[in-house]
Design a protein around this ligand. Sequence first.
Ligand code: TRP
Length: 409
Amino acid sequence: MGSISTDAGLVPRSPAAGPLDTRPSGRVSSWALARDGETLGAHTARQALRLCEAAELSGADSAEYARTLLAALGPVGERSLRLPPPDASFLSDDHTPVEFSLACTPDGRPTLRVLLEPGCGAADLAANGRTGLRAVRAMARRWGFDTSRLDELEDLFLPPDPQGPLALWCALELVPGGVPKVKVYLNPAASGQERSAATVREALRRLGHRRAFASLPEGDRHLFFALDLGDWDEPRVKVYLAHHDLSAAEAARLSRVDGGPGPAEIASFFRMAAGHDVEGAGAAAGPDPRLDRRPVQSCHAFTETASGRPSGFTLYVPVRDYARHDGESLDRAVAVLRRHGMDPAPLRRSLAAVTSRRLRDGVGLIAYLGLAHQEGRPPRVTTYLSSEAYEVRPPATPAAPRARARAGA
Ligand code: TRP
């Protein structure tokens, strides 16, 4: 695991725990533990708190969301970071069951989101899914929303003997007011990889999207099936596809949104995120390189059942596998934000809220860059920020020391 132990105990991997110390002690039990031995909950709740403040949420909302994160994590929140991760969670590279993201638009404040695995640390995937479902139902009771659309899919995605890299994740959009918008992520391969297309088709059908499956582009694998629950203007059903060895030109043809983002815009985002066109000056000369390490993902969002067409398209580039270090990933994120007329300052603040390490000392703090288009709305640029509770991946630069990057080094 990460080089976090010193003679004195644990080196904090995030900036000093200042903001928490100013709050009445005991409001969040794990916070007190942070002083003696950092826990997973204390680490991620402090990151959440600082991120909320960086996103200009009120102090009350920030504290509330830190508590919400701890509650959703459950008992693994109390686990010392001196122990290995609770399990091999697929949610992040170092198996922290939490990942943050910032969604920016040309107008208005960015939205902070947190993705988490409530069932992390459960005895097996079936128990993981049951815990996840209980956590979502607890949220539904607390915030007064309906889970019937999820309930209708339970047998498809949460069978008694599930397979695959996840059972249930949930994401919270930390909007002002202390009541998050909730999204649930399910695994199309739960009943077997070979059944995943049929599972997605059936899930779409049950939700009334009878013609949606036929409108999806080709992909190598169905990765996630996601549902918006709670107070959304237009709740979405989303299908995520993985695309191995994708080129910018191929990425440009993946959107099935009527009158959606132009192919040139998607290709340009792909090239900038992949580092093929850092300045945004246009296509690089020569052949279009393919992203052959970790697959690019596309997301197709359905909001109405009449047309059979998606109304939203997102492309996710796993920037961490195509950059030497996070300084490079940030440069690309900033270039993409500027190109879309967005202010990079909130992203810079967010990175400082999550870690105190130098960006060039590791790669993977910025996990993905995404470009999202939803009909009738301005484009969104999303940046996924790893918690790095357990490990920092060393930079890929030949000049960098081989040893694992130490926080704050
Ligand atoms: N860690 C997984 C991956 O890298 C799943 C994941 C987490 C993901 N956050 C994501 C996938 C954001 C796409 C976008 O694939």
